[in-house]
Design a protein around this ligand. Structure first.
Ligand code: ADP
Length: 546
């Protein structure tokens, strides 16, 4: 049974005698050292020991036997073993002594510590690694226990407080790191955290080993014990002193800038206002200048017009002079020859002949007067000092007067026939202009008709407009020349032998325009011409009953 117990034990069991020779070894022991049981039995125990114990072991036993002082026996300790393959490994060795009658036996129980040692080593490495993580972080990491004592402080924290970690651990955090004035406050924050309420973020000052205050921004969490109760806080803190100072500086700078911007804005607004004022003044000046320029332009154009007119007038005068010197020749030579002839007929019986010549003289004078009148009218029109001066006239009487004045020009057998309702019709018109119109049209009709041909003069008022028609049965106007009829100095080629200036119709047209009326004509060569004038009345024509 004993054998079975020994054999099935998981720890190795080896016995040796006083001579150190193995007397018994179980399978577990052989297995542990990599031997077969048989290889152990009868051999010295030091085969299982590395140097220097291997050499000294016999001495150990002797020492014990002589001195009775046990160094290991009954105590047990961790020692190193040596396997068959030379590998050295940790074991826990418990040795007990069995005293038999004639000899002593030492029993060693061997427990392999390789695995445990390895786990311990791994754990240590793991812890060191974790510590390195904490130390490498540029944040302070502190774990504070329930009692306010520091349980962990990483390298950064230690450096800030000027302590080694082993000196910091166990110290009261609040007494060590928190300035007096905020100690109470921070303690109550800690208390709140310990009660399980969250304060994820908090900022407070700590005092460094140099006595400076640093502002730390903390992120907090809590740690639990195995029962799930909060037993510590873990906080990571970043030194935000410089950052906060920078922020403060930025805020101050910003305020300063805003002030400056405000000031600048005021100055700008002021400048803008001044500019606007200047702009207004400038606009005003520009306006004034434009008006002045406009005035200058107008004056220029007036001057140009005046100059043009002046040129026109002088041109007109010179044309007239050349025309008049030609046109005056015939009536003047008629007058001269008639006068000569009158002188040649002094006696009574020549009275009839004399009369014929005085009539010729009168007609020539009328001709000259006509030419001079035309020119006078034209130059007055050209000068532009001509405006209608309306007055009341009775149409029938007026027509008679006009015919009376033209009467001297009539050829033998010619007569003017009146037509239309004229009697008792009162009109408000410019008499001089109207007479001039009639005179010119009558004298043309007379000039350009043969003897004995009647001339029709029709005048009537329709729709407050005076309609005048002067119709002759004369030589007519060649069709191709009709378009030029109102042009100054224009004369048709079929009138070359009849005296004229080419001014009359132009003057008529201009009077008609001045009176806001219209003129047109119809004519057939060799059959006669009809001139139609319409003049709007300025005031409603009045009918006076006879
Ligand atoms: P003038 O009679 O002095 O030549 P007018 O200006 O009065 O100038 O007439 C211009 C031209 O128109 C005349 O020369 C003539 O050729 C033509 N004319 C005007 N009236 C008549 C008319 N009643 N019959 C034929 N020709 C006319």
């Amino acid at each position: 049974m004993l054998n079975a117990i020994i054999e099935t034990a998981t720890d190795g069991i080896i016995t040796i005698g006083e001579d150190g020779i193995i007397g018994l070894a179980n399978s577990a022991a052989a297995h542990l050292f990599g031997y077969e049981v048989d290889e152990l039995l009868g051999n010295s125990i030091n085969m299982l020991m590395p140097s220097p114990h291997r050499e000294q072991h016999d001495g150990y036993i002797q020492n014990y036997l002589q001195s009775g002082k046990a160094k290991i026996i009954g105590i047990g300790r961790e020692v190193l073993g040596k396997k068959k393959n030379g590998e050295i490994f940790p074991i826990r060795l418990s040795i007990s002594e069995v005293k038999l009658k004639e000899r002593r036996i030492f029993t060693g129980i061997v427990h392999d510590l390789s695995l445990q040692k390895k786990i311990e080593k791994d754990l240590r490495a793991e812890k060191e690694r974790a510590q390195r993580y904490l130390d490498i972080a540029n944040t302070i990491i502190v774990v504070i226990g329930k009692d306010g004592q520091i349980q962990l402080l990483n390298d950064k924290g230690c450096r800030m407080l000027g302590l080694k970690e082993e000196d910091a651990i166990g110290q009261n955090w609040f007494g060590l790191a928190i300035p007096d004035e905020s100690r109470q406050e921070i303690k109550s924050v800690f208390q709140t955290l310990m009660e399980g309420r969250q304060i994820d973020y908090y900022e407070n000052n700590i005092i460094t080993h140099r006595g400076e205050r640093r502002l730390i921004a903390w992120h907090n969490a809590v740690l639990y014990d195995e029962q799930g109760n909060i037993n510590a806080t873990i906080s990571s803190g970043i030194d935000i002193t410089a950052q906060r100072e920078a922020e403060d500086r930025i805020i101050r700078l910003n305020a300063e800038l805003e002030k400056r911007v405000d000031k600048r804005t005021d100055e700008l607004a002021e400048a803008v206002n001044q500019l606007l004022d200047i702009n207004k003044k400038l606009q005003y000046e520009v306006k004034e200048r434009k008006a002045a320029e406009e005035e200058v332009r107008k004056n220029e154009s007036r001057l140009r017009q005046a100059l043009e007119k002046e040129k026109e007038l002088s041109n007109l005068k010179s044309r007239f002079v050349s025309m008049a010197s030609h046109e005056f020749r015939t009536p003047l030579s008629t007058i001269l020859s008639s006068a000569d002839l009158i002188e040649a007929y002094p006696s009574e019986e020549h009275q009839k002949k004399r009369l014929r010549h005085t009539t010729r003289i009168k007609s020539s004078v009328a001709n000259l007067t006509g030419i001079l009148n035309d020119f006078l009218s034209l130059s007055r029109l050209e000068e532009g000092h001509f405006e209608a001066e309306p007055g009341w006239l009775e149409l029938d009487q007026f027509c008679n007067e006009a015919i009376g004045e033209i009467h001297g020009l009539l050829r033998p057998g010619q007569y003017i026939e009146k037509e239309g309702r004229m009697k008792g019709v009162e009109l408000f018109l410019d008499k001089k202009m109207l007479k001039n119109i009639l005179f010119n049209l009558f004298s043309n009709a007379i000039k350009y008709s043969k003897d004995n041909k009647p001339i029709l003069c029709r005048m009537e008022v329709i729709d407050n407009t005076l309609h005048i028609a002067i119709i002759d049965q004369g030589i007519g106007i060649p069709e191709e020349e009709q378009q030029h009829l109102f042009t100054r100095f224009f004369r048709a080629h079929n009138v070359e032998n009849i005296q004229g200036t080419g001014l009359g119709l132009n003057i008529v047209k201009r009077y008609v325009d001045l009176m806001n009326g219209s003129i047109r004509f119809e004519s057939r060569l060799g059959e006669g011409s009809s001139f139609f004038v319409t003049l709007p009345l300025l005031q409603k024509a009045a009918s006076v009953e006879d």
